[in-house]
Design a protein around this ligand. Structure first.
Ligand SMILES: Cc1ncc(COP(=O)(O)O)c(C=O)c1O
Length: 379
């Protein structure tokens, strides 16, 4: 079986892990944690970075640091991995689900504008969702599959309505929006994942990026049990959300290969698109011209008339890993009651997403095998 995406651990991972063990620094105190924070901040063009145990908890602590309270609504595009919605639910808040834009994989800024104008009202203590009477406390755009959301209008709308922005950039390290780096897109906080299936992995882990030193220090404080000093004194109900030195050691070895891994991901996507351009029923993923995706997963979109399940079964029969990709949040059991508008774009797109093998160490022969199998199955 040619797997979808496996970690590429052929760099300094083992030697850095050995350094942790021989040096005795295996917990969240250790040089690799701050080194990974520095490397990620530099790669993203962000002044500050705080390492966390996962992307999900990074999103959670970011929302808490920005004041999301139980009962609130947080605006979220429905097309995302369930962790984005879960982070909101972990605040005892609920997602207010919106559609993605035509021609992209990300939040529809026009839809956001219309909803903010027609379905919210400003009260003394904040912005309220008129149909439910609940406070709206943040916007959480997602850079889906590494493709940046349309951040300029989203951030403007959020600012004009007094809402902070937490961006889910789980797989977007290396992406560009209007020639800016991930940490320069305008969100108050941006969260990256170092999960095992990401382009850069730490086994598991996350990183919260931001410009405002006080805000990122708040994230660090909350994610370190809100401890105020060497004694066991704590000034808030914090979390044990720090990344360990073991995770960070792997992450540093991965980040040393940032340029190489990103180039491979982009080449794999481009090669699939070029080799399959003439095959009827397949097209490249929609991506507006002002965005440069980090190409986390090599992705193609099937025409509506194509039987996606049959294509995936055909690939699996040819020993090529293929499975359905994200089911949107509005179609997930725990979020059935979440407020939402029309999901026409999301509904039209998600069943047609086809992800293809894209490990950074996928050989040319393996990619050719995948391409030949896709051609056969599509015929
Ligand atoms: C869009 C998105 N958000 C959040 C996450 C959660 O990150 P983690 O697995 O590190 O908790 C992931 C990936 O796993 C993701 O793809």
């Amino acid at each position: 079986m040619i797997p979808l995406a496996e970690p590429n651990l052929s760099g300094n991972e083992l030697s850095y892990l050995t350094e942790c063990v021989t040096g005795g620094y295996v917990s969240s105190v250790g040089g690799f944690v701050s080194r990974l924070e520095g490397m990620t901040a530099t790669a993203a063009g962000a002044p500050h970075a705080v390492a966390t145990a996962s992307g999900t908890v990074g999103l959670h602590v970011a929302l808490v640091a920005l004041g999301v309270q139980p009962g609130d609504l947080v605006i979220l595009p429905s097309y995302t991995f369930i962790a984005s919605a879960n982070a909101i639910a972990h605040c005892c808040a609920e997602p207010w689900l919106m559609d993605i834009a035509p021609g992209s994989l990300t939040l529809n800024a026009d839809h956001l504008a219309e909803n903010l104008t027609t379905r919210t009202e400003r009260r003394r203590d904040g912005l309220y969702h008129t149909p439910t009477g609940r406070r709206v406390s943040a916007v959480l755009p997602v850079h889906a599959l590494g493709q940046p959301a349309d951040m300029d209008p989203i951030v403007d709308l959020a600012r004009n309505h007094g809402l902070p922005v937490v961006a889910d950039g789980a797989a977007a390290l290396g992406a560009h929006y209007r020639d800016r780096l991930l940490g320069e897109f305008g969100a108050d906080l941006t969260v990256v994942s170092f999960n095992g299936n990401k382009t850069f992995t730490a086994g598991g882990g996350g990183m919260v990026l931001g410009d405002d030193a006080r805000l990122t220090e708040r994230v660090r404080h909350l994610s370190t049990t809100a401890r105020t000093g060497p004694g066991y004194e704590h000034d808030a109900i914090g979390f044990n959300y720090r990344m360990t030195n073991l995770q960070a050691a792997v992450g540093c070895a991965q980040m040393e290969r940032l340029g190489e891994f990103l180039a491979v991901k982009r080449r794999l996507q481009a090669d699939y698109e070029a080799a399959l351009a003439e095959i009827p029923g397949l097209s490249p993923p929609p991506c507006p011209d002002d965005r440069d995706s980090a190409c986390w997963m090599s992705t193609l979109v099937l025409d509506p008339a194509v039987d996606a399940a049959a294509v995936r079964a055909g690939l699996r029969a040819r020993h090529i890993d293929s499975r359905p990709f994200w089911r949107p949040i509005h179609a997930q059991a725990p979020y059935q009651k979440a407020p939402r508008g029309s999901m026409a774009e999301c509904e039209a797109l998600w069943p047609r997403i086809l992800v293809l093998p894209c490990s950074t160490h996928l050989s040319t022969e393996e990619q050719q095998t995948v391409i030949a199998a896709v051609k056969e199955v599509m015929q």
